[in-house]
Design a protein around this ligand. Structure first.
Ligand SMILES: [Zn+2]
Ligand SMILES: [Zn+2]
Length: 321
C-alpha cells in the first residue's frame, strides 16, 4: 500500500473488485501502526548494515567515511518557500551508494492535534512530532542527528558532500565534529555559476546572449571536470577563461585552438573576442570567488543519489498533513 502510494479507499476498491470484504478505517490504521514499527526497525537495520559495508570498503576507516547529504521537504513550493510540515533527509555512502542514515522531522501529529481540539490529554502513542522550528531549520538538525547516529555506532564521517548550504556545515562543525570537511555538489556549483551570470546580465547586455553565456559556462564546467583533485591546475584553468574570452590564448590549454591561424570564436558574436571592459571587471570578480575556493571545487562530489532518493520518498508519502 505504502509502496503504491495509495490509501484506504483504493485498497477497499481493490478488495471489493476481488470480492473480499473491505477493511474499516480503524482496523487499517491499527495494522498500519503495527507494520510501521517493523518497517522502521528494518530501515534502521538496513542503514547499520550499509554503514558496516561502507566502512569495510573505505581505505582508511579510522579517518572516517565519505557521505553525501541532502534534505527535502514535503509540499515544497516553487523556488524557496519553506512552509512544509515534514522534512526528510538521507546520508548516502560514497563507496556503496547506499543509504547509511536517514532522518525525518515532523511539525504535526494527528493524534496530538485531535486531542488538543477536544481539550483532552492525548492517549499514549508513538508520537512523530519532533520539530517546532521552521521548515528550513530542519536541514541542519537532521544532518546533525544522522551524523550523531553514525558516531553512536562507533564510526566516523570525514567528509560531507552537500549543496552550498553554509548553515548546515557550520552547525555540524560546532556540534558534531569540527574536523568534518565539506565537499560541494558539482551540480549545485554549476547552477550557482549560471545564476551569477544571469544576475550579471542585468547590467551587462552582452550576457543576455545565450550563446555567449553558455560558452562561458562551458569553459567553467570544462575547467572543473578536467582538473578533478588538482586545485592548483583548476585555479590556473579558471584564470585562463577571461583572457581566452578576450582573445589572449597563451594560457589556454589543449582545449582551445586559439593560437592557430585564422581561429574564430564560434560562440561569440561575429566570431570575435569580447572587448567590453566593464564586463571583464565583473567577470573577473565573479571568477575570483570561485578561484579562491579552488581546493574545495577540485574535490567535488555529487548529491544526485540523495536527491533522487528523497524524491522517491516524497512520492511514496502522500501529502496529507
Ligand atoms: Zn503525537
Ligand atoms: Zn583560448
Amino acid at each position: 500500500m505504502v509502496n503504491g502510494g495509495f490509501g484506504e479507499s483504493h485498497v477497499n476498491m481493490l478488495l471489493a473488485m476481488l470480492n473480499i470484504p473491505g477493511i474499516c478505517h480503524k482496523n487499517l490504521k491499527e495494522r498500519e501502526r503495527e507494520v510501521g514499527e517493523k518497517l522502521e526497525r528494518m530501515a534502521n537495520e538496513s542503514c547499520s548494515r550499509n554503514l558496516a559495508t561502507e566502512v569495510a570498503l573505505t581505505d582508511s576507516p579510522e579517518d572516517g567515511i565519505v557521505v553525501s547529504f541532502d534534505g527535502a521537504w514535503q509540499k515544497r513550493g516553487t523556488g524557496r518557500s519553506y512552509n512544509s510540515l515534514t522534512g526528510h533527509a538521507t546520508l548516502i555512502g560514497q563507496k556503496t551508494g547506499k543509504c547509511v542514515g536517514y532522518a525525518t522531522k515532523s511539525k504535526k501529529c494527528r493524534i496530538c492535534c485531535a486531542a488538543k481540539e477536544k481539550n483532552i490529554t492525548p492517549r499514549k502513542h508513538n508520537c512523530k512530532k519532533n520539530w517546532q522550528g521552521s521548515a528550513k531549520s530542519m536541514e541542519p538538525a537532521m544532518a546533525c542527528d544522522m551524523l550523531q547516529s553514525v558516531l553512536d555506532q562507533g564510526e566516523k564521517v570525514s567528509t560531507l558532500v552537500m549543496d552550498n548550504d553554509s548553515t548546515t556545515i557550520a552547525r555540524v562543525k560546532s556540534t558534531i565534529d569540527k574536523n568534518i570537511t565539506k565537499h560541494c555538489d558539482s551540480n549545485h556549483t554549476r547552477k550557482g555559476f549560471t545564476a551569477s551570470l544571469i544576475e550579471l546580465s542585468k547590467t551587462h547586455k552582452l550576457l543576455r546572449n545565450t550563446k555567449v553565456r553558455s560558452h562561458i559556462e562551458r569553459c567553467f564546467s570544462y575547467s572543473i571536470s578536467q582538473n578533478k583533485g588538482q586545485p592548483e591546475q583548476l585555479a590556473t584553468g579558471l584564470r585562463s577563461i577571461i583572457p581566452h574570452l578576450y582573445g589572449e590564448h597563451s594560457s589556454c590549454g589543449t582545449w582551445c585552438r586559439g593560437n592557430e591561424e585564422g581561429y574564430k570564436h564560434k560562440a561569440l558574436p561575429y566570431g570575435k573576442p569580447l572587448d567590453d571592459k566593464d564586463l571583464k571587471v565583473a567577470l573577473q570578480s565573479l571568477l575570483e570567488k570561485f578561484i579562491s575556493r579552488s581546493s574545495e571545487l577540485a574535490n567535488m562530489g555529487s548529491t544526485q543519489s540523495n536527491e533522487s532518493f528523497n524524491q522517491m520518498v516524497a512520492s511514496k508519502a502522500p501529502k496529507r498533513l
